[in-house]
Design a protein around this ligand. Structure first.
Ligand code: PLZ
Length: 476
């Protein structure tokens, strides 16, 4: 693959900084362009968590609110390419990318260089006070890269939830209508409005209400569980909107093209296109939440492209800036410009350092063709996960697209979710130095979001560990 051979920003000193690495270890960096100089290997030198992580965990418990959870009680000092290195010197394979964020790799050399340069020039002015070119350039890139050739405008924010909130603000201002349609299994964030839009109660909503009004939930196409065609489920959605809300009251319909936190649910073909047609015919703003699926993750720049969908508005975050906090809202110029001057903004939105990181990330994605890399990851992973499904009988479905893949765990021969086994296998993978994440309304989905620069030998090793843990915990 070209991405392994390319040398992006390879002359920057940070790309080769090997920090506190054991003297006996050979430096076996496979790709200086993407690995931030770290040996690309799984290496366990203590049990997980190691003693230093345990000390930090005790300090965390005494200092950090219990409300903030963690997948693994380990503490990271360095990360790059496909590995995370912890305080005890363990090197773990990263199959989560910090929840689909470090698609270009952690501390990706170009991102590091761009951030260092920007941070030394100026760190903040507030784009609403005195402006800078980075913000404009990120908006130009978003307008160019998102689906559709129509005239677009963008605005930048700090987090995904904030981008979603602003999508709703803009859609309401444009349509002068109140209602927002969301889907079962949806995840849109943790702020008050986005909690209302998110489907799952625990842990996101429990005890945090009352929630924002005028949010209406409709069925999501979930082929594994409903067994229905996209057209059938879409017909139900449309009927529900017409009968229970009234199409003329709806400002926006917002959907994740692949439901992320909900369990990497890929709706049946034709489901989203029918909803898009209905929205267009009724003056409803169609919003694609591509915060998790965007920026090459699914093998296209945006997941909407798979069915040729052109959203009116699109929200982005996560993968856009290589780990720095940045989010975008992009859409049709007439919709985005319908808001009064000063109606959108925020102190930090489109921070110059985050914008520099985004421009470097986008350049890296283009140069290394990370959309193709995501497709290559799928071509390696899907056959092995399917073979594992056949062998173990506990995987009801292998699904996803590109480097956004998942397995849904069920009691053998049924569609009954097995959340307990999912958690057991995730923990077993963690103990073996492979960071995997879970997801799903029923907590029974094991999901994989490797950095798109993951070296193939590490992807192979991660899959072997995952296979071994499945076999060990299913009596095979
Ligand atoms: N929309 C589609 O995936 C964030 C949430 C992790 P923020 N998903 C990870 C957690 O438990 O908080 C997400 C998403 C989609 C919106 C969001 C929200 O993005 O940047 O976390 O606010």
């Amino acid at each position: 693959m070209s991405r392994l051979g390319s040398r992006v920003g390879a002359n920057h000193p940070v790309a080769f900084a090997i920090r506190h690495w054991g003297p006996t270890l050979p430096c076996m960096t496979t790709s200086d362009s993407t690995s931030a100089g770290l040996p690309q290997e799984r290496r366990l030198v203590t049990s997980i968590p190691g003693p230093k992580s345990q000390v930090l965990q005790a300090r965390r418990n005494a200092a950090v609110s219990k409300g903030v959870g963690a997948t693994m009680p380990i503490y990271i000092t360095d990360a790059g390419g496909g590995v995370l290195v912890d305080v005890d010197g363990n090197s773990l394979i990263d199959m989560g990318s910090g929840i689909a964020v470090t698609s270009v790799g952690n501390a990706a050399p170009k991102v590091v260089a761009a951030v260092q340069e920007q941070v030394a020039r100026f760190t903040h002015t507030c784009f609403m006070v005195t402006s800078y070119s980075g913000y404009v350039e990120v908006c130009e890139a978003l307008n160019r890269l998102t689906p559709g050739t129509h005239e677009k405008r963008s605005a930048l924010f700090n987090s995904g939830a904030e981008a979603v909130e602003n999508a709703i603000k803009v859609a309401r201002a444009y349509t002068k209508r109140p209602a927002v349609v969301v889907f079962e299994h949806a995840y849109h964030g943790r702020t008050n409005l986005t909690m209302a839009m998110t489907a799952k109660n625990m842990p996101y909503k429990e005890s945090f209400g009352p929630f924002a009004s005028e949010i209406y939930r409709v069925p999501m196409s979930y082929p594994f569980h409903d067994g229905r065609s996209g057209a059938d489920v879409a017909a139900d959605v449309i009927s529900k909107i017409e009968k229970e809300i009234g199409a003329g009251n709806v400002a926006a319909i917002i959907i994740e093209p692949i439901a992320g936190e909900g369990g990497f649910i890929v709706p049946a073909a034709g489901f989203i296109p029918r909803i898009v047609d209905f929205a267009r015919d009724n003056g409803i703003v169609f919003v694609a939440d591509e915060i998790q699926t965007g920026f090459c993750r699914t093998g296209d720049w945006f997941a909407c492209e798979n069915e040729g969908i052109v959203p009116d508005l699109i929200t982005t975050a996560k993968g856009i800036a290589g780990g720095l906090p940045l989010a975008g809202l992009t859409g049709r110029a007439e919709i985005m410009d319908s808001v009064h001057v000063g109606g959108l903004g925020g102190t930090y939105g489109g921070n110059p350092v985050a914008c520099a990181a985004a421009l470097a990330s986008i350049e890296t994605m283009e140069e290394l063709d990370l959309a193709a890399a995501a497709r290559q990851i799928a071509s390696v992973m899907i056959p092995r996960l399917q073979a594992l499904a056949e062998k173990t009988g506990v995987i009801g479905e292998v699904r996803g697209r590109g480097a956004m893949l998942a397995v849904e765990l069920v009691k053998p021969g049924t569609h009954e979710p097995d959340a307990e086994l999912t958690s057991t296998i995730a923990k077993a993978c963690h103990a073996q130095g492979v960071v995997v994440l879970t997801a799903g309304t029923y907590g029974n989905v094991l999901r994989f979001l490797p950095p798109l620069v993951m070296p193939m030998h590490l992807l192979d090793e991660a899959l072997t560990v995952i296979e071994e843990q499945f076999l060990a915990h299913t009596g095979n």
